[in-house]
Design a protein around this ligand. Structure first.
Ligand code: PLP
Length: 457
């Protein structure tokens, strides 16, 4: 147990607060890191130490930590009312404006927006809509969902079942029956020696089809994927992967669901990740960047076929039996609308491409001088650097060395917040980042990498 002063915020935290994605048994020993405030891309802890937040919190605060316009938008919305809902034909006016703005940028034609409050609720809503879609067309048995290894789709029971990360299943006896997983498109580790990207993608599509045929195509409702896996280690699929996968899915009348919770809103250098990787979804889940996480709001964009199915199912006058109290919350909608306005004004896509190129080429230059960087990968401002024992053979470090965790701790000491996913170091900084701040990330990364090399090289 760390020596925590009685009654200090740290001691009270250990006593009273159960943290997400934190080892409860080690929390007292590690000690809480209490953050006090933010300024642009920086956050400051309770002792006043400054950190460059190169993960935008949890892949979310695209506009940094202190945006005045979002604060003002929330205040103005609260001036009207603190809450109104979207049940029983009612809605706040601002929620309509947000839906219209989302539909205007949606890559799914003739879309409608459905609102919820978290990414998990959005991914789960897509599952229910996929079930409705097939049931309305007389295919009630089409219920199973295919997700992918190393995918992340949230923490509620269905969303966690769709995750392809053992830590999301272990304690809970998940996944639920009917939630299947196919391969992660990680060519760096998954491709056979001498296998081209094209051949690798074809093999994954063939394996997917074999799974569908073995399970029975009449039992499968949908396939869900992040355009670029975030929490699974920032995995960029090989060129042409989604075209091959989607050809299989369309052949078997299986819906394509995009989880854009991280990739949406400019992160990968296009408005949506599906545009970066050539994915053509039937529905997509949005959250995080939708409001720069200044308010908990998420959305599902659904296309015409799903809308028609919903109308068909409910044509005798039943309700669409789904909804969260805070769906389409007026304050969240106002904050999201202002977020979108800022994105348009800042020329989001061009800015992310320029800063992303600067970050990636800078990381590659540092990697070229290092003996422990295996791969620098990513698109836009979502980049992963994988550390390996031997870049020539791609051999991983001995897990006992905890290289990623070591990097994370040293980076923190150096005033840099990254995300270690195994031995992959993730960068997902606020999209407002400037060239000087990108260069600061590069300096801090190089310094930390040097320290890690000294310890494990
Ligand atoms: N989908 C992806 C890709 C995510 O990264 C996350 C959260 O990190 C979620 C879904 C779940 O979002 P939430 O934590 O808001 O439920």
């Amino acid at each position: 147990m760390a020596n925590l002063k009685p009654n200090s915020a740290e001691a009270r935290d250990v006593l009273f607060h159960l943290h997400s994605q934190t080892n409860p048994g080690r929390h007292a020993e590690v000690g809480p890191l209490i953050m006090a405030r933010g300024e642009g891309v920086y956050v400051f802890d309770a002792q006043g130490k400054r950190y460059l937040e190169a993960m935008a919190g949890l892949w979310c605060t695209s506009l940094g930590f202190s945006n005045e316009r979002l604060k003002a938008a929330a205040a103005a919305a609260y001036d009207k009312f603190g809450f109104y809902h979207s049940f029983n034909h009612k809605t706040p006016d601002v929620t309509i404006d947000l839906a219209e703005q989302l539909v205007a940028i949606s890559p799914i034609p003739h879309a409608q927006a459905y609102f919820a409050t978290s990414g998990s609720e959005a991914t789960e809503t897509m599952v229910k809509l996929a079930w409705v879609y097939h049931a309305a067309r007389g295919h009630q048995a089409k219920r199973k969902i295919i997700a992918r290894d190393r995918g992340f789709h949230g923490s509620t029971i269905v969303a966690a079942s769709m995750c392809g990360l053992p830590r999301m299943h272990r304690e809970y006896g998940l996944p639920l029956p009917g939630f299947l997983h196919t391969h992660c498109p990680d060519a760096y580790h998954g491709a056979l020696p001498d296998e081209t990207d094209e051949a690798f993608a074809t093999r994954l599509a063939d394996d997917l089809e074999a799974m569908i045929v073995a399970e029975g195509p009449d039992t499968i409702a949908a396939f869900i994927a992040e355009p670029i896996n975030a929490g699974g280690g920032i995995v960029v699929p090989p060129q042409g992967y989604f075209a091959k996968i989607e050809a299989v899915l369309r052949r078997h009348d299986i819906l394509v669901l995009a989880d854009e919770v991280v990739c949406g809103f400019g992160r990968t250098g296009n408005w949506f990740g599906c545009q970066t990787v050539g994915m053509q979804p039937d529905m997509m889940a949005l959250a995080k960047g939708l409001s720069s996480s200044y308010f908990p709001i998420s959305a599902v964009l659904l296309g015409r076929p799903v809308r028609d199915a919903l109308a068909e199912m409910n044509k005798a006058g039943e309700l669409f039996g789904h909804g969260f109290t805070n769906s389409g919350h007026p304050v969240g909608a106002a904050v999201a609308l202002e977020t979108l306005r800022i994105y348009h004004e800042m020329d989001l896509v061009e800015h992310v491409r320029a800063m992303g190129t600067r970050l990636k080429t800078g990381l590659e230059a540092i990697a070229n001088r290092s003996a422990i960087v295996g791969q620098v990968r990513g698109e836009g401002l979502m980049i992963g650097v994988e550390l390996v024992a031997d870049p020539a053979t791609r051999a991983a470090f001995d897990p006992g060395l905890k290289v990623g965790a070591r990097f994370d701790a040293l980076a923190l000491q150096n005033g840099l917040i990254i995300r270690a996913m195994g031995d992959t170091i993730g960068f997902c900084p606020p999209l407002i980042i400037t060239a000087a701040e990108v260069d600061e990330i590069l300096d801090l990364f190089a310094r930390t990498l040097g320290q890690v090399e000294t310890q494990v090289g």
